[in-house]
Design a protein around this ligand. Structure first.
Ligand code: CP
Ligand code: NVA
Length: 303
């Protein structure tokens, strides 16, 4: 693994290696075992969108590993005034040992990887959110003690989360049911990949049908960052695409609930379901730290 750009690039073996190391790093942290595996290394973190979890977990994780995180807001960087990403990549590669970027277009992340000479980590684009999905898989494995054979259900927008979850869950041997309203399906690249898994994948319009016998129910906001102008239109389109008692009744009795956060209560998830599954959801948020530390170690240690 040279970069973490999207789940489509990772093999099952690579995902397993990240999850195993993440579990180990979590155990070590909880038991006071120091591991300064990135001492003297710097991670540049470019943010073109807001963030709570991604920023704080990368920054803290890098500090715990003995390295130095550098928060770079696009408002302050020349990139925000139009300096090409190709040039930014070549300049930053001369200062830092790795770059995490949160931006809009996936192409920008791919360009950073093409023109830069250090590992690039995708901290969310409109297309993908691999860091989140690695933490999600880690959490599901932690609660269910396995991934293979589980049924995963996503309800909502065919967005960055649905894309990355579909790929990650299928690669780890899970079956995937998506419930998206018409017009909000994942892009062809994801659907084409998913269809190669035959009846392990389905895309339907009915959330309750998708949730039937599911082990994991996942949802995300109706309007993602950058789609604020469509919020009212989306509220109409996504009405009924909610994780609520009816959906949970269709799932297995011991089904867990995951949400990448931030959550909009009474939109994509009811307050009641959210709070009933808060332990799983906030463990998921915590696991961002451990999963990303694993990614940074694998990409940046001894390099
Ligand atoms: N889930 C997630 O990526 O959260 P932030 O937007 O707060 O980083
Ligand atoms: N789909 C959401 C995910 C946030 C972590 C967004 O892109 O805003």
């Amino acid at each position: 693994m040279k970069h973490l750009l999207k789940m489509l690039d990772l093999s099952t073996v690579e995902i397993t290696e990240i999850l195993d190391l993440a579990d180990q790093l979590k155990y070590e942290l909880k038991n006071g075992i120091q591991h300064k595996r990135l001492e003297g290394k710097t991670l540049g973190m470019i943010f073109q969108k807001s963030s709570t979890r991604t920023r704080v977990s990368f920054e803290t994780g890098m500090y715990q590993l003995g390295g130095h995180p550098l928060f770079l807001s696009s408002k302050d960087l020349q990139i925000g005034r139009g300096e090409p990403v190709q040039d930014t990549a070549r300049v930053l590669s001369r200062y830092v040992n790795g770059i995490m970027i949160r931006t809009f277009e996936q192409k920008e992340v791919d360009d950073l990887a093409q023109y830069g000479s250090v590992p690039i980590i995708n901290g969310l684009t409109d297309f993908a959110h691999p860091c989140q999905v690695l933490a999600d898989l880690m959490t599901i494995r932690e609660f269910k003690n396995k991934l293979e054979g589980l049924k995963f259900c996503f309800i909502g927008d065919g967005n960055n989360m649905a894309n990355s979850l579909t790929v990650g869950c299928l690669k780890m041997g899970m079956s995937v049911s998506l419930a998206c309203p018409e017009g909000y399906y994942p892009p062809a690249e994801i659907l084409d990949f998913a269809k190669t898994y035959g009846d392990k994948f389905e895309l339907v319009n009915d959330p309750v049908a998708a949730a039937k016998n599911a082990d994991v129910i996942y949802t995300d906001v109706w309007a993602s960052m950058g789609q604020e102008g469509e919020a009212e239109k989306r509220k109409l389109a996504f009405k009924g695409y909610q994780v609520n008692d009816e959906v949970m009744a269709a799932a297995k009795p011991d089904a867990m609930v995951q949400h990448c956060l931030p959550a909009h209560r009474e939109e994509e998830i009811t307050e009641k379901v959210f709070e009933a599954h808060a332990a799983e959801i906030f463990e998921e948020a915590e696991n961002r730290l451990h999963a990303q530390k694993a990614v940074m170690v694998l990409l940046m240690e001894n390099k």
